[in-house]
Design a binder for this molecule. Sequence first.
Ligand code: GAL
Length: 695
Amino acid sequence: MRENTYPPIKVSYDPRAITLNGERFFLLSGAIHYPRATPEQWPDLIARCREAGLNTIETYVFWNLHERVRGTYDFAGRLDLPRFCELVRDAGMYLVLRIGPYICAETNYGGLPLWLRDIPDIQFRTHNAPWQREMARWTRTVADLLHDYRAANGGPIILAQIENEYNLVAATYGDDGQRYLAWSAEFAASLGMDLPWVMCVGGAPGTIETLNGFDVSDQIEPHRRAHPDQPMLWTELWTGWYDTWSVPHHQRDAREIAFAATRFIAAGGTGINYYMWYGGTNFDREGMFLQTTSYDYDAPLDAFGRPTTKARHLARLHQVIEAHKEALLSRDGPRFDEVGGGSGIWSYGDLAFLVNSSTDQPATLTFAGRTHTLSPHTALIVHRETVLFRSDAIHPEDQISYQSSILPTVDLQWESWPEPIGIVGPTLDRPIFATPAPVDQLALTKDRSDYCWYTTSFTLAAPVDTLRFTLDGYGDLAHCFVDGRLVATTADHAPREERGFFDDQNFKRVLVLPSLAAGEHTLALLGIGLGLIKGDWVIGHHNMVHERKGIWGQVLLDDVALPGPWRQQPMLRGEAARIWGEGGALVAWSPMPTESRPLTWWRGMFAQPVPDAPLLLDLVGMTRGLIWLNGQCVGRYWTVAGQRASLVPRYANPVSTSPTQRAYALPAACLRPLNQLVLFDELGGDPTAIQLIRP
Ligand code: GAL
């Protein structure tokens, strides 16, 4: 046990702010999710936050990753949460710990382990003993693990979160939901962490209610009236947005974020958490349904942890807040002189916030005898007549851009290995199941793989030119092979993020098969999951326990259901063989084939161009699949174009023909002097055009 030499911190709050040892504290926090970076990056990322004037780091806790197998915990490497806490403390910063355990966060299953749903009678996130028992067990495990990092032991943890945004599901669970919520708050308090708890939006009495959004201007006054005894905290100021396959990359302007933050502080907000300050990357298959591998989020630190213009611009705001926090915190609140339409001057003595809320009209505001003209959606902070910060003015020296360079073409000497099409085996890892009708592949894969085979046969009395082929109940994608040949796929575009329930039309697809001869044919369908959903609303507000992948409905030929029987086999042969690791030595790799073939494993080698530097892998020419670097899975890939409009109204931006994500991060810590890259490509990609980029 480590000797604890840190003085205890007593955390509480009053109507204005969180208090630390009785002193009001202005909380400026940036979110970093520890599993979305390598531990080697953590110290630098934390230092970059501090450098930007943040005093706190926020992270969720990822139950789905720590307890992949029930009762077996993993806190090593990227999952070494105590180490992350230690580094935050070493940097002289505080930590907001969002335990959840339901966390949303665009992570697989919203942060829940899949095995939870196998517990009889369980319903997630509502009043029922199986769920509450598991939730209590895990939450207690986290609290015990981080005992040394509690405020009473010197921190850095000063605020914790139980549950997450219950407002999004409250209507579904009614009284049971409220009962569960009240229990969650009581249970959290019973953990003896001795600090205030939040639930994000829609919390229970006993927790601090918070705000969330791109801009919370309209919510500030109703919030204050509803919670006069609580400080105004913004748990998630979205600095950009997450990307999903087939939607163009989301971006958010630095000036807009600065406006939203300044406006909030003007009106009395004393705590902001920027979600995300560093987004990072989803390793392995850790991203949720449809989430791209990158979790860049257009955050102030880029994918490689480098400060962007956004970080620099917001750092100026933080500097001003830090320098004037006494003036802000010592008062009960600002004086507000409204000029109309939510615009006006919020003043704290000589310090004032001039805000033009109009989105299209300039405003003229006078403070301390000086008149200022503000362009639309602009906020100024002034001290008497001196302007300290302008949300709309980015200093020329804060403009940063990084020049990436394509590395001189390297011959990766690609070799290939064909994944068998259809069922082979069986082996211990890949048993074969005989079923009268196709069943949800998660029942077989247990989410150890995105893939599952479904095979059957059918007979044609006469040759056909075309054949209508209907999948009525499938997700998320399926490739269709007849007699070992790829004849159709649903992967021409990605499914919608909010799909509706499983009997919905969104799970039906009609494809056309090419000409086939008379006689018996084999049909092999490869079911493909794109990550597990993050919340009930994705499946039409049904409980997440109902999540499904693969084929579960009817498969029809010209409207006649195939009678079966079916055989199913989970995961790929290459996965079971660990072809990217020691198993790679056991298969017969061939030199690059001349013809493209679906379901191909590719292996290439390259020397590290620059030591200790990350790279980007440009997967132009490839289709869909997974990437392993030196035996570690660094994510899914898909070069599908950004052809679908964003679900978020503010991003109703034009669709694009460029891929949502074309380049994939290879973190420095995963690179070696000589590197082995393994790709599994589903639809006959050609690796010869792949390039390495120095970001
Ligand atoms: C919030 C949620 C976060 C994250 C965010 C979008 O509603 O609490 O976990 O999902 O949306 O990035």
